[in-house]
Design a binder for this molecule. Structure first.
Ligand SMILES: [Zn+2]
Length: 366
């Protein structure tokens, strides 16, 4: 055999092995094969969800209707709602006092247009809790996922923009009272300086606790209204070490504390959007960190679950058709026990990727 033939044979065998691996590799630990972003009507015009191996649809709670839920249930799919917690910017039009305050004592401009809300504003919290309760009362959903449950920051990108907030009088007063910390009688910029220096640890933990307490109340509402529904969260995919600990220090996300109330962690490793366009393995590295952090392995019967939402749509960077399989491979490795793709609104224009997704979902199905 010539050297060239040897190489050609090697390449052919590699191809055969890849095909066999994908065809044989059932992933029974993966119980959810989902699409995020609404009813995939374009797909249902000529096929069923089963044809694509899909058994779960995630959609914004504002798009829910009884008809849509019935349609999806008939297709054998579970239906999960997404719920906007801290990014209901329209609230600020009539309640400007709910805008987050920056280190200078003034309203913090929305970083890259991303508008958050002060987490201790009582009216805002009441309105979100009422909206959450209404969704659960009205719709027969299998679960509800918190979205944007973090501070005023633009982080869904490779270079995040995360101003320090919220230094409104109410936040500072509650911090002092609840942590028994005495601050001098000084203007906000001086107080913000103290909070971010000598009181930083207490300040960061208090902010995390404020956001966790929202999650506690969401859980209580589920327990009252629809206890069979799962509580999930779409959350930032960084480890607690990345970006100088921004997950806790800036975004106020304490995953371990929230785990007391959350059933499913939907980490958001949008590899292309986050600067890892050529490295889909980043997805499974972040998921592995999360599992270790929360003490999970993805075995059946575990209290918590990890269902990553992975990027197939082009956002920031393109995701090629050839990469779909690898993205889903890394998204469905333990400790993950479910997966969903982001997002139908854009993917419906890119059906070759949807076909690849369907092929993969069918291949790993039991
Ligand atoms: Zn505030």
């Amino acid at each position: 055999m010539t050297r060239f033939q040897y190489i050609a044979l090697g390449i052919t065998m590699m191809g055969l092995n890849l095909d066999r691996a994908s065809a044989d590799e059932k992933r029974p630990h993966i119980t959810i094969r989902g699409i995020y972003g609404g009813v995939p009507t374009e797909l249902l015009e000529h096929s069923t969800l089963k044809d694509y191996g899909v058994n779960a649809i995630f959609m914004g709670s504002g798009n829910l209707s009884a008809e849509r839920i019935t349609l999806l249930k008939k297709q054998g799919a579970q239906v999960f709602a997404e719920f906007n917690t801290m990014h209901d910017a329209s609230y600020l039009k009539e309640h400007p006092d709910a805008a987050p305050i920056g280190v200078d004592g003034k309203v913090s401009p929305p970083p890259q247009g991303w508008q958050g809300v002060c987490p201790t504003h009582p009216g805002y919290r009441r309105s979100r809790m009422a909206a959450f309760r209404k969704v659960l009362n009205e719709f027969e959903i299998d679960g509800i996922w918190l979205d944007y449950h973090h501070s005023h920051a633009s982080w869904e990108r490779d270079v995040p923009d995360m101003p320090d907030t919220c230094f409104c009088q109410r936040c500072i007063a509650q911090f002092q009272q609840q942590t028994k910390t005495e601050l001098p009688d000084e203007p906000t910029p001086q107080l913000a300086g103290l909070l971010l220096a000598q009181h930083k640890q207490t300040w960061v933990q208090w902010r995390c606790d404020v956001f966790t307490d929202w999650v506690r109340e969401f859980r209580a509402i589920i327990d009252e209204t629809r206890p069979s529904a799962l509580l999930g969260t779409f959350h930032c995919p960084w480890t607690e070490a990345e970006f100088d600990g921004a997950l806790r220090n800036k975004l106020a996300i304490d995953l371990k504390a929230q785990a007391k109330y959350i059933d499913v962690f939907s980490i958001m490793p949008y590899h292309a959007r986050f600067g890892h366009a050529d490295d889909p393995a980043w997805i499974s590295r972040q998921t592995t960190w999360l599992g270790n952090h929360l003490g999970m392995t993805g075995e059946p019967g575990e209290r918590h679950k990890i269902w990553p939402i992975v990027q197939l749509a082009d956002w920031g960077e393109t995701v090629s058709v050839d990469q779909v399989r690898s993205v889903l491979d890394h998204g469905t490795r333990r400790p993950a026990t479910g997966v969903m793709v982001f997002n139908w609104g854009w993917l419906k224009e890119q059906m070759p990727k949807v076909e690849q997704m369907g092929e993969y979902y069918r291949a790993i199905r039991q």
